[in-house]
Design a protein around this ligand. Structure first.
Ligand code: GRG
Length: 291
């Protein structure tokens, strides 16, 4: 199967589950549920959920129904991070995924609460899933580390206080590896944990995921410079004053660094994919993407 069809098929399955796993607008309190559904169901590539499903499947996992609550949880956390990232106090973005950002549509108070509720709902989904207790515990350990002070939030705080004039490669690597790549690493690792894979595969997926995340965020920086608002579904050139790969290395060299990260990622991920070309195709897709 080619990569576009693979991603399209899994996106549809992930979207259906997200719809099922979100509270309905008829349930009380309706405004909160409406705002939660608005941001999650607005679209998105679902790349984090699909990476988890892919490492699960390549590690021999077969019980997809059992793990779909985790893929929904991952996308709830991701949507939560986007809602809060768009707030005026952070990146101040009016658009996301081609529609008004949550605070523009519902107001800041509701957007903050919708993000908070998605965060809690993610853990509700995992704790109420039928996953084996030891695998669930390990999943929670990996996930909570990746999104907290040693992960996304640690990276985000350095990102919001960063300055494009700084040209500090070490800080730049810290920001990207924490605000974005730590989550990619966790979702890849979680796929192998849920498949009860051996230590070698779990370690390779954790390292490979981190490297994919680095390549992904560098491409995101490049798209902020080169991308078009209509394709991106949000404003571009928003990172002008931030520390990014293009601000430190320029566009061409940033592209080379992203490619280097993707080759290093493949080396790791080959441990779980064997002869399957899936990660090679996936990385080509991610580095060639326009949104
Ligand atoms: C604890 C999860 C959490 C968040 C609180 C607000 C915040 C702290 C962090 C923001 C982190 C952030 C938004 C990083 C950028 C990651 C990124 C490149 C997002 C775009 O991801 P895509 O392209 O988006 O996968 P789609 O719309 O396709 O899902």
């Amino acid at each position: 199967m080619n990569i576009e069809n693979y991603l399209k098929d899994w996106k549809k399955k992930v979207d259906d589950k997200l719809n099922e796993h979100l509270p309905s607008e008829e349930e009380y309190p309706p405004l909160l549920h409406k705002a939660m559904r608005y941001s999650v169901l607005a679209g998105g590539k679902r790349i984090r959920a699909i990476l988890m499903i892919t490492t699960y499947s390549l590690s021999g996992g077969k019980h997809f129904d059992e793990i779909m609550p985790v893929s929904s949880a991952i996308e709830f956390i991701h949507s939560y991070s986007l809602i809060h990232d768009d707030l005026p106090a952070m990146d101040n973005d009016d658009y996301r995924r081609g529609i008004l950002s949550s605070h523009k549509k519902f107001g800041e108070d509701i957007a903050i609460l919708a993000g908070d509720a998605l965060f809690s709902h993610a853990f509700y989904m995992i704790s109420h899933s039928n996953i084996r207790a030891d695998l669930k515990e390990e999943t929670l350990r990996v996930l909570t580390r990746a999104i907290g002070n040693k992960g996304i939030i640690g990276g985000q705080i350095e990102d919001v206080i960063s300055d494009s004039g700084e040209k500090n490669p070490k800080l730049l690597r810290y920001i990207h590896s924490h605000k974005t790549a730590s989550f990619f690493s966790a979702v890849c690792e979680i796929g192998t944990i849920l498949a009860d894979a051996n230590k070698e595969k779990i370690s390779a997926s954790r390292k490979g995921g981190l490297l994919i995340g680095m390549a992904f965020q560098i491409q995101d920086d490049i798209l902020d410079v080169e991308g078009k608002k209509e394709e991106m579904g949000k404003e571009v050139k928003k990172d002008k004053n931030k520390l990014t790969y293009p601000s430190v290395y320029g566009i061409d060299f940033s592209r080379k660094i992203a490619k280097k990260y993707s080759m290093l990622a493949l080396k790791q991920l080959n441990v779980i994919s064997g002869n399957d070309k899936i990660f090679e195709d996936l990385l080509d897709f991610l580095l060639g993407r326009r949104n």
